[in-house]
Design a protein around this ligand. Sequence first.
Ligand SMILES: NC(=O)c1ccc[n+]([C@@H]2O[C@H](COP(=O)([O-])OP(=O)(O)OC[C@H]3O[C@@H](n4cnc5c(N)ncnc54)[C@H](O)[C@@H]3O)[C@@H](O)[C@H]2O)c1
Ligand SMILES: O=c1ccn([C@@H]2O[C@H](COP(=O)(O)OP(=O)(O)O[C@H]3O[C@H](CO)[C@@H](O)[C@H](O)[C@H]3O)[C@@H](O)[C@H]2O)c(=O)[nH]1
Length: 330
Amino acid sequence: MGEKILVTGGAGYIGSHVVKQLSQLGYDVVVYDNLSTGSSTAILDGKLVIGDLANIEQLFQVFAQHQFGAVFHFAASISVPESLQQPLAYYSNNTVNTLNLLKCCQKFQVNKLIFSSTAAVYGETNDSPVIESAPTNPVNPYGKSKLMSETMIRDYSDTSDLKYVILRYFNVAGADISGRIGQSGKKAAHLIKVACDAALGIRNAVNIFGTDYPTVDGTGVRDYIHVEDLASAHTDALSYLENATENQILNCGYGKGYSVREVLSSVQQVSGVNFPIIETGRRKGDPACVVACGDRIKQILDWQPRYNCLETIVRSTLDWEKKKLKHNLV
Ligand SMILES: NC(=O)c1ccc[n+]([C@@H]2O[C@H](COP(=O)([O-])OP(=O)(O)OC[C@H]3O[C@@H](n4cnc5c(N)ncnc54)[C@H](O)[C@@H]3O)[C@@H](O)[C@H]2O)c1
Ligand SMILES: O=c1ccn([C@@H]2O[C@H](COP(=O)(O)OP(=O)(O)O[C@H]3O[C@H](CO)[C@@H](O)[C@H](O)[C@H]3O)[C@@H](O)[C@H]2O)c(=O)[nH]1
């Protein structure tokens, strides 16, 4: 067996894809997850400990039981609109619970951390594509809660042996290429998933949130990254940390933006269903355009994305949503 790795939130959408790839590489994985949005069936390999990061005593026990070589920290609450309604819940789950995890790393001398951050830390930015050194001005509690976590990680690292890679994900979509896992969270309302649901008749229509943005066609522009490529960025980050002398903050995106209309048209074309589209007002907290400069991650980690194509991303999401429908998993 390889090095022992702790994966918080490994029963969730992105975490489960990383657990799969880590196991394929021979790592010995322990998932710590409260199953609030994740599912035990998403863990294809490795051991699951059901527990909440707020329960620091249980977390201490897990660290005491295993000698972890590294920690991947995915567990969090992830909905921007929900964070605007329940900011304190987001600061508790995303910021305070990251502090709990850092206390465990300190107590048990675990010195490698890979943290799931987000493009939401940049907020409204005039830069497109956005580089990692751009100002961080998050416009919603979700983004702020993640930026606070980044700050704690950086400050703790400055005074300890902790080495970290903070990965700032852009818009994650798609599913396991072999069709075994994908996004299952009931509250997930990401654009590509919602559009696939409409194509499959699970919902009647798709709302476009805002048509008056200063973008190519007035709708929001985002950089969509396939979850398999995002997962391989994590295993590359772990390899990097094996010999790292420097910490890294890296964007995870392809550097190409698509508007909401372009995404909807791709889903209609791939599915062959012209579901209704309703133009509505802007959603609070949404920036106009968020596109990564993805040069640094390729340079530092030698990351080589394999699924950099909107149609591929849409097709794999649609296949997964079809499978969920067929097996009554919706
Ligand atoms: N999905 C995206 O587009 C996206 C974009 C940027 C960043 N991220 C970040 O990636 C990470 C994973 O997101 P995801 O899309 O896989 O979400 P997800 O909801 O599918 O996964 C989160 C997992 O964490 C678990 N969890 C939540 N709170 C917990 C707690 N207190 N204790 C133990 N387990 C807990 C959930 O049960 C779930 O399994 C998050 O940190 C998120 O902020 C996601
Ligand atoms: O029914 C919908 C859903 C979304 N959108 C638009 O589609 C774009 C993408 O929205 P969505 O898929 O909800 O993702 P974001 O709000 O961009 O946020 C995602 O991407 C961020 C990083 O960029 C992550 O931090 C968040 O966790 C993740 O939800 C935005 O312009 C939305 O306004 C619609 O028009 N209609």
